[in-house]
Design a protein around this ligand. Structure first.
Ligand SMILES: Nc1ncnc2c1ncn2[C@@H]1O[C@H](COP(=O)(O)OP(=O)(O)OP(=O)(O)O)[C@@H](O)[C@H]1O
Ligand SMILES: [Mg+2]
Length: 472
């Protein structure tokens, strides 16, 4: 993973870099070649022009040839020149340096070259000058003039090879610079691609670990760029998965525990009855306890089924418009007996005669029953029970308040968790399963509504939930 990404980046950048350097090298070289050649040509022309007065005096016979040679030597020192002088027919009658005399003396230049010079033009030529030189030269040809007009030509040749060395140095500098910049870029690339690929490689490893059930590791995030963002999200996902896994484990543990304990006690009682360890006089009592346990298990299982259904997402909310006040009234009537048994005072306040809501009546029935049963179960004997409904803007609010022990602030966050029961041992509320409120919460969530708890230890608890209100 790391290798391939790194190599890909490296190859791409290297190709771009080398192509750029090559292009730059070629462009720069040709640019330098052109300027250096042009400069040399201009120098030759300048030197040729500077010779004009000497040449003129020479044609008049005022100067001897050695005066000219003195000038030629000066030029030669800088430009390494060969100089030819011809008559108007193109015949070379003078050659500098003298050592070349034998080679060129009395040679004739072609008309093609001669003609423009004899017309008075200065010509510039590059190359071997018609195979006369073994190395390429820059040639400048100029007319020899005096008062009578053009009486011959002078040609100055300077080898280009010398330019070669300075060009070679230029090439070398360019390549040296390319090499160093390539090296530097490679280092930089190494660093950058490592920064990109390292967290990715890490995520790769960790995701495999997560797949095999280890949720502990997280990616180390150092950058704030896109890769950093991915890492951040990856870690958030790992957190969520870890949480989910934890919830699942505790859920399964709770379910098995909740099922095993009533089964164990039932088994004990039935065994006792059968092998007569439990005497006839106690038999009915124990069988009754066993019956209560079966009822509790029944409730537990239907609770679990409800929860599973709600959680699986198969659970559909079939909304209808109906009067929630009427629904509450019926639920209260069904519980009248248990309320009266414990001498509770009931107070019902419907701010509006009818409060129409848009909700799933069966599901909301479950919510009301769960909340009402809790309020009755946890209320103190003789305590009062307040049920209140009202409408505010487009929402209906339902409040169920008791005078029970209340719920401590730090417990409120937990009561929605399946199987969570406050102080299970002391309250001796084994009749409950701890699933009621978690189902309530899921139903309210599915209605895109909210539920709140208002509670004070020792004073009582109020649950308030909202629903979408409508006019009939
Ligand atoms: N009105 C209340 N007053 C005080 N404590 C409450 C009240 N309602 C709920 N609780 C606390 O929250 C816990 C969870 O409530 P929940 O309704 O989920 O379970 P349960 O009532 O114990 O069992 P079930 O509803 O399944 O019969 C309760 O065990 C209790 O400790
Ligand atoms: Mg309950």
């Amino acid at each position: 993973m790391f290798r391939s990404l790194y190599v890909k980046l490296m190859v791409t950048y290297s190709v771009i870099l080398i192509a750029t350097m090559l292009l730059l090298g070629v462009l720069l070289s040709s640019f330098f070649q052109d300027t250096i050649t042009e400069n040399r040509t201009q120098e030759l022309i300048r030197e040729g022009n500077a010779l004009t007065p000497y040449l003129e005096y020479f044609t008049y016979g005022i100067y001897d040839i050695w005066v000219l040679e003195g000038q030629f030597k000066v030029i030669d020192r800088f430009l390494n020149v060969s100089i030819w002088m011809t008559d108007t027919n193109g015949r070379i009658y003078y050659v500098y340096p003298e050592t070349d005399n034998e080679l060129w003396q009395n040679h004739r230049l072609t008309d093609e070259i001669l003609e423009p010079v004899l017309r008075g033009e200065t010509i510039k030529v590059q190359g071997n000058f018609g195979d006369r030189f073994t190395v390429p030269v820059i040639t400048v040809g100029m007319p020899l003039k005096n008062a009578q007009g053009i009486i011959g030509t002078i040609f100055l040749h300077s080898p280009i090879q010398e330019l070669g060395t300075s060009l070679k140095n230029t090439y070398l500098s360019i390549w040296r610079a390319s090499f160093f910049s390539t090296f530097l870029s490679m280092l930089l690339l190494y660093y950058v691609s490592r920064r990109i690929s390292k967290p990715l490689a890490e995520m790769n490893v960790i995701s495999r670990e997560i797949a095999s059930g280890n949720f502990k590791r997280r990616v180390q995030i150092k950058s704030k760029d896109e890769v950093g963002q991915v890492g951040l999200n990856f870690n958030a996902m790992a957190d969520a998965l870890e949480n989910l896994e934890l919830t699942r484990k505790t859920f399964v543990a709770n379910v098995s525990h909740e099922l095993r304990s009533p089964l164990t006690s039932m088994k004990g009682y039935i065994q006792g009855v059968l092998d007569k360890t439990i005497g006839d006089e106690d038999r009915d009592r124990y069988l009754e306890i066993a019956l209560t346990e079966t009822e509790r298990m029944n409730r537990l299982i239907s609770g679990l089924l409800d929860l599973a259904q709600v959680e699986s997402g198969q659970f559909s909310v079939e909304k209808k418009v109906y009067d929630i006040n009427e629904q509450i009234r019926r639920a209260l009537i069904a519980r009248e007996e248990s309320i009266n048994e414990r001498n509770m005072k009931i107070e019902v306040v419907f701010k509006e005669e009818n409060l129409f809501v848009e909700a799933d009546p069966d599901r909301i029935q479950q919510v009301i029953i769960n909340l009402l049963d809790n309020a009755i179960k946890f209320n103190k004997d003789g305590g009062s029970l307040l049920i209140e409904t009202w409408r505010y803007k487009d929402k209906a609010f339902i409040k169920i308040k008791d005078e029970g022990p209340g719920i401590a602030r730090e417990e409120i966050g937990h009561i929605w968790t399946p199987f969570y029961q406050i102080d299970k041992s002391r309250s001796n509320k084994r009749v409950g399963t701890g699933l009621g409120l978690s189902i309530v919460k899921k139903i309210i969530d599915a209605h895109d509504s909210s539920i709140w708890v208002n509670s004070k230890l020792g004073e009582g608890t109020a649950f308030i939930f909202s629903l979408k209100a409508t006019r009939k």
